[in-house]
Design a protein. Sequence first.
Length: 157
Amino acid sequence: MNIDEKFMWEAIQEAKKAQILDEVPIGCVIVKDNQIIARAHNLRESRQKSIDHAEILAIEKANEYVGSWRLENCTLYVTLEPCPMCAGAILLSRIERIVYGTSDPKGGSIESRMKMYEISGWNHYPNVTGGILKEDCSTLLTDFFINKRKQKKQRKS
């Protein structure tokens, strides 16, 4: 297991915590100097806050940890390609690198729906690596939504 897989596995563990709470299973960890400094998972349904995505919550924790809004020399690992809000927060936090598991054809803003980091004029451009433990990340999400659809169908019956 390489370093990216190691930390993505930690993000997957966070995603599983979200799943237990009946949240969309997305998890995130932020790493600095090969140490996890923040971890979080989706809490949007639990808290009924549209911004409580795993990345936003992890960024807030990392800001507290380093004592700054600048998260330079940090890598963010997330199980699903970030949405526009999260990609923007990552950009504005000056995170050096993003590693994501599976793409998001409906809402991904790094490579799928739009390519936010290819827009010229930003003052910072993070490096991006996608597809790390893609199958594990994708299966977690697919299984979650299959179960959700089954539950919805059972409620209608």
